[in-house]
Write a protein that binds this ligand. Structure first.
Ligand code: AHR
Length: 512
């Protein structure tokens, strides 16, 4: 007999509009992400569109991803954009200092990035170089990309093939500047940010949304000290910051594909602790910015497993199983449940690196379980998040992850993982409920009670496998994929659905 787990969806309790940018991505010059994950060059035998892999474009297009962050990561604060424009054969060959001293041919630069974004229908987000770069260099990059009028920089862009400006809205001033981005203390960074931001202009037709480097994990001191500097040092400079971007990696337990049930739970607990990162940093930001003019972003998050044995350590290549899918689902649901305080989130990273959506090898490209979660969760974008209250049993009080999780909460709250965690949203009269059965071996009957409406035309789509280690390989690419939607009848305000262990599910229905 399956246990019955119960959740309440309260349609009248609105949380906020779910920002589509919560489904953002990240593509760094790292390992095999850009070369050959995106760029193979026009002369490659791998089918391509002006040098961009066709299989990757075809796989990503249906996801309608909202935004992709580039070129790093740590790479960004050593990157000089001028190296990546003009005739490719004349571009300087550099070294990727952070990632294995790999050769960097600069064949994928600003124009290629914009072409990639356009090919997959996404918005670009560029991370400027605040570590080794200058304010002039960043200001020039923005002008090169965004100025429609006549200047030597816009002429150069035109000479390089782009008559129209790129209209890049999202610009970050550095990445992890407390570490690889210049080893700065919070005050030094806050001052560097203000100085560089001064030369990032809005040009007619494109208003910049500038993103400052936030904390790594639970470094509450970083958030407090940069906010304090901007607010209280001589003049109030909070208005120069549109978003503050924290990073949170839940790490691993076991390896990417080998783990016990306890390690399954341990990693999911660590993943769920991202809630404390969001609420903790926002609470500190609120002390300085109570009207929430500055948005909170998490522009790097996800799992970080040991690198696959046959790959170089510096490439951060990892497999991706149903466990990663559950991490993605839990995290996206947590973002929805805090739709009022989080604006963008970028999973790390898009292809072949960390918690990737796609893996490529030679001519082959496969989707990962995480890819299917992004597919499943699409209807949440721009929807109104409503309260999802899980009454499901607690299945882990943190276990081996206890200390780790507790540290992620500013107020030392305990974290418990419930068997079923999820979120709900409403758009155009349609309710979308997504959830993860976090239990590694216990299927359940999920009973959803709806307060404030009835459901009709209910469709249930599952991402489930019998094995908690299930993943796709180049030989078995469809081991983990979405099942065909099932039609389920609701009884009054209640809906019962069979929820396999270790799986993710979406329920959609018309609200009446
Ligand atoms: O995503 C990999 C690396 O993790 C990024 O380059 C850096 O910002 C973070 O430490």
């Amino acid at each position: 007999m399956n246990t019955v787990q119960h959740v309440d969806v309260v349609v009248s309790e609105k949380i906020g509009t779910i920002s589509p940018y919560l489904h953002g991505q990240f593509a760094e010059h790292l390992g095999e992400l850009i070369y050959p994950g995106i760029w193979v060059g026009e002369d490659s035998s791998i089918p391509n569109v002006n040098g961009l892999r066709k299989d990757v474009i075809d796989a990503l297009k249906p996801l309608r991803l909202p935004v992709v962050r580039w070129p790093g990561g740590c790479f960004a604060d050593g990157y000089h954009w001028r190296h990546g424009i003009g005739p490719r054969e004349q571009r300087p060959k550099r070294i990727n200092y952070y990632w294995g001293m790999a050769p960097e041919p600069n064949h994928f630069g600003t124009h290629e990035f914009i072409a990639f974004c356009r090919a997959i229908g996404t918005e670009p987000y560029i991370t400027g170089n605040a570590g080794s770069g200058t304010p002039q260099e960043l200001g020039d990059w923005v002008e090169y990309c965004n100025f429609a009028g006549d200047s030597s920089l816009s002429r150069e862009r035109r000479a390089n093939g782009a008559d129209e400006p790129f209209g890049v809205k999202f610009w970050a001033v550095g990445n992890e500047n407390w570490g690889c981005g210049g080893s700065m203390d919070p005050e030094t960074y806050a001052a560097t940010y203000a100085r560089m931001r001064t030369y990032v202009f809005d040009y007619p037709g494109s208003t910049v949304h500038a993103i400052a480097c936030g904390a790594g994990g639970n470094d509450w001191g970083w958030t407090r000290r940069v906010m304090d500097f901007w607010k209280n040092k001589h003049w109030n400079r909070l208005g120069m910051v549109q978003s503050l971007a924290a990073h949170y990696y839940c790490g691993t337990a076991g390896t990417a594909t080998e783990y016990t049930s306890d390690q399954w739970l341990e990693l999911l607990c660590k993943a769920a602790a991202i809630e404390g990162i969001i609420t903790g940093h926002r609470a500190i930001m609120d002390e300085y910015d109570p009207k929430r003019n500055i948005n909170l972003i998490v522009d790097e998050w996800g799992t970080w497993h040991p690198v696959e044995p046959d790959k170089p350590n510096s490439g951060l290549y990892q497999q991706n199983t149903m466990r990663d899918a559950c991490v993605a689902a839990l995290s996206l649901d947590i973002f929805n449940n805090h739709a009022d305080i989080i604006y963008m989130a970028n999973i790390a990273q898009l292809i072949n690196v960390l918690q990737a959506l796609l893996l490529v090898d030679g001519e082959r490209c496969i989707t990962t379980p995480t890819y299917h979660v992004y597919d499943l969760y699409q209807p949440h974008r721009n929807a109104q998040a409503v309260r999802f209250v899980s009454q499901a049993e607690a299945i882990c009080d943190g276990g081996d992850a206890k200390e780790y999780c507790r540290a992620q909460y500013a107020d030392n709250r305990e974290l418990t993982l419930q068997a079923v965690q999820g979120s709900a949203s409403v758009k155009n009269g349609v309710l979308c409920v997504t959830a993860c059965n976090a239990h590694p071996s216990q299927p359940c009957e999920l009973e959803i009670d709806l307060t404030g409406g009835k459901l009709a035309d209910v469709e249930v789509t599952k991402l489930a496998c019998d094995d908690i280690h299930a993943h796709n390989t180049f030989d078995t690419p469809n081991q983990v994929c979405l099942a065909k939607p099932e039609v389920v009848a609701a009884r009054g305000n209640t809906l019962r659905v069979l929820f396999p262990a270790a799986s993710v599910m979406r329920v959609m229905g018309k609200l009446g």
